[in-house]
Write a protein that binds this ligand. Structure first.
Ligand SMILES: C[S@@+](CC[C@H](N)C(=O)[O-])C[C@H]1O[C@@H](n2cnc3c(N)ncnc32)[C@H](O)[C@@H]1O
Length: 220
């Protein structure tokens, strides 16, 4: 009798992300939902809020912003006041339900969506902060196709300090490409994101981990 070969299937991203919050895999034992040190450590949060709020405040007409993978909203909470409308999206339904109760404002909306699979709301600017680094290349590719609908993309990725081979594939989940000495570069293959302008807004050392948190602005 021939043995059937078992093919290892990755967990659906939604289940993987839900488990991270249920089991506090990004830390924060006491918090109900905790998106990790990168979302809370003042050494990375404060400079990020300073540069991104300065960018947003520069517009005479405030932008409609889609925050893709908003997490526990420790970051978005500081930014939504600079927007015309702020749509904060995440793949974890309980987290979105929690945020809806916790944060209320006329220009603020939370939506439970999978940014790789679902249609995104319309807007001027996307904020993608430490989200793509957790996704496999196929999911990143499908997100990138949707980014052309927005004029501005503010992207933050955790990257190695030294030169690295970009976009080595991983399974979507808790980990990132750093352990493979790699990181996400949307302009490189296989994503080849085409932009009119690109500017690095910030690079700060990651607290508690190797590598830097690098924030770039892309104009499509
Ligand atoms: C490390 S947290 C970052 C949260 C927030 N952007 C920040 O910087 O504080 C990554 C977030 O992305 C969300 N996420 C991952 N894949 C997603 C997907 N396909 N669609 C929507 N959200 C996703 C996770 O649930 C998690 O809340």
């Amino acid at each position: 009798m021939t043995k059937k070969k078992k093919i290892k299937q990755p967990w659906p991203t939604k289940d993987a992300m839900a488990q991270i919050y249920e089991e506090n895999l990004w830390g924060g034992d006491t918090a109900e939902f905790y998106s990790g040190l990168g979302s809370h450590h003042p050494e990375v949060v404060n400079p990020y809020i300073t540069v991104v709020s300065a960018f947003l405040r520069d517009f005479e007409t405030p932008l409609v912003i889609c925050d893709l993978g908003c997490g526990d909203f420790n970051i978005g909470e500081e930014l939504f006041k600079y927007s015309k409308k702020y749509i904060a999206i995440d793949i974890v339904p309980d987290l979105i339900a929690h945020n809806k109760k916790e944060f209320k404002a006329d220009n603020l909306e939370f939506q439970f969506l999978d940014i790789a699979k679902d249609e995104l709301p319309a807007g001027d600017c996307v904020i993608l902060r430490q989200v793509l680094q957790h996704l496999c290349n196929a999911e990143i590719k499908s997100v990138v196709e949707k980014l052309y609908d927005f004029k501005y993309v503010v992207l933050t990725e955790h990257l190695p300090e030294e030169d690295f081979e970009p976009n080595k594939n991983i399974i979507s989940g808790q980990g990132i490409r750093l352990k493979k000495q790699s990181g996400v570069n949307l302009l490189a293959s296989p994503f080849n994101f085409i932009v009119k302008e690109e500017k690095q807004l910030l690079s700060v050392k990651s607290p508690g981990f190797k590598g830097n948190l690098v924030t770039s602005l892309y104009i499509t």
